[in-house]
Design a protein around this ligand. Structure first.
Ligand code: ADP
Ligand code: MG
Length: 445
């Protein structure tokens, strides 16, 4: 613990003020409060998340950098919302007061924001929600493993985290690990490289609950799968709870071993479907209440009708609106929303064009449009060019030869070849696949 955390924080504030200037400081930084500070972490309280959004966009990392400068240690900054801290404290009076180490005890990566209280239930997630609740009430006994799947942004991480948070709250003796499958993979690789396999095993096999998020990313990773298989068996035999999330059902995860697939199907498989309009509106109102944002009904319906399914994007829009309304000092209304979000929503009546696809692809890959239309065949250009061709085929009605022409006069065989390349790579390379799918969504919506 730093001896005088308030003093340290004050110094840090002064430093930030020096960097950003007084008026910006007063508008965006002044209302951030220190909750706790030790050698590893600073927990800060923010009034709502659009402060973060704004700070991240305009001064990325400035708070962390400043704290590190002042304390000369590698402190990690964690933000918590004012309302949630209050909620947490009243829910759990004994263990959640300021002195208690409880909020810091959470396994890393498990966000305290994602609780059942904050999860809105609708027909599309009701079943998965009921299963998750049951598992959190009797881990290891209700359904094991619990496998939750659904498209990106539909609430898998939230739901899995809620199980973890609930267990930590109600059964503090149980040890819980929540891990992204990429992180799990890194740990396997590191353990093997440094001959630390026994530590790895000690960590993952002496626990009561293992939650692994986005398991599809271990496709193609043989060693990780091998380790996960053994970890799974060890925990399962001891009736320890395993919770898995994925963007698709077990049988559709290519490139994982059959024996692992069959393990995934031993318990309960529950899916989360895209939300109905009512559910989207209900989620928006819930988020708005948590973030202290006044959201008129017509704006909620407008957002819900424009964002098809991804709830993360829905939230993103809300935060954007809130940031804007704070900045100009007037409440959110429908006209303002349409104005602010005009770049976010693609007009339904306007068909997607190859030009637009090229623009978006080039933005993401950081290359120039004229370069992907040219003949140069360096790798930096080939990949974005092929991706843009692939997306042009997928998202427009243009013929192959029209697409070829739009890329500086290439023929239709080149377009076919590009599409094939992109499909092949996306199949074997999850992160590439993700980039392409995100781009596709970005262009569509
Ligand atoms: P996924 O892991 O499926 O990609 P997340 O769990 O990260 O999705 O959810 C994206 C965002 O949407 C999160 O901020 C989450 O809180 C929110 N969200 C999704 N579903 C719900 C829900 N039913 N109620 C409240 N918030 C939700
Ligand atoms: Mg997720």
């Amino acid at each position: 613990m730093f001896k005088n955390m308030e003093k340290t924080w004050n110094k840090c504030c002064q430093l930030i003020e020096k960097k950003v200037g007084e008026s910006t400081y007063n508008l965006w930084f002044k209302s951030i409060k220190l909750y706790s500070l030790d050698e590893e972490k600073a927990v800060l309280i923010i009034p709502n998340r659009f402060y973060l959004e704004w700070i991240d966009n305009n001064y990325p990392g400035i708070i962390e950098k400043s704290i590190r400068e002042i304390t000369q240690s590698e402190i990690q900054v964690i933000f918590e919302l004012e309302k949630e801290l209050i909620l947490k404290r009243s829910n759990n009076l004994q263990s959640s007061n300021v002195q208690s180490p409880k909020p810091m005890d959470r396994p890393s990566y498990l966000s305290p924001r994602y609780t059942f209280e904050q999860f809105v239930i609708g027909p599309s997630n009701q079943f998965a929600h009921a299963a998750a609740r049951a598992v959190s009430e009797s881990p290891g006994k209700a359904y094991n493993p619990l496998f939750i799947y659904g498209d990106v942004g539909l609430g898998k991480t939230h739901m899995v985290s809620a199980i973890g948070n609930r267990i930590i709250e109600t059964k503090p003796n149980l040890s819980v690990i929540f891990v992204q499958s990429e992180q799990f993979t890194n740990e396997v690789v590191t353990a093997i490289r440094h001959e630390k396999m026994s530590e790895f095993k000690a960590k993952y096999r002496n626990i009561d609950v293992l939650m692994i998020d986005d398991v599809q990313f271990i496709a193609n990773k043989t060693q990780t799968q091998e380790e996960f298989f053994h970890t799974f068996n060890a925990l399962y035999e001891m009736q320890k709870q395993i919770v898995i999330s994925s963007d698709r059902p077990p049988k559709e995860i290519g490139a994982i071993t059959d024996r692992l697939k069959s393990r995934f199907t031993m318990g309960l498989i529950a899916d989360i479907q895209p939300p109905s309009e009512e559910l989207k509106v209900a989620i928006l109102h819930k988020k708005a209440a948590v973030e202290n944002i006044k959201l008129p009904d017509d704006v909620a319906f407008y957002l819900a009708s424009r964002i098809r399914s991804n709830i993360r994007e829905l939230e993103g829009c809300l935060i954007k609106l809130a940031a804007h309304s704070t900045l100009i000092g007037s409440p959110i209304n429908l006209d303002m929303s349409k104005q602010i979000l005009k770049d976010v929503f693609y007009d339904d009546d306007k068909p997607i064009t190859i030009d637009f696809i090229q623009k978006k692809v080039c933005e993401v890959f950081g290359v120039k449009i004229q370069d992907i239309k040219a003949k140069k065949r360096t790798k930096e250009l080939t990949v974005p060019r092929q991706v843009a061709m692939f997306l042009s085929k997928r998202l427009t009605d243009c013929s192959l030869s029209d697409i070829g022409k739009a890329f500086g006069g290439k023929d239709h065989a080149t377009v076919i070849y590009a599409c094939k390349k992109v499909e092949e790579r996306a199949e074997g390379d999850e992160s590439f696949n993700r980039i392409v799918e995100q781009l596709s969504d970005k262009i569509k919506y």
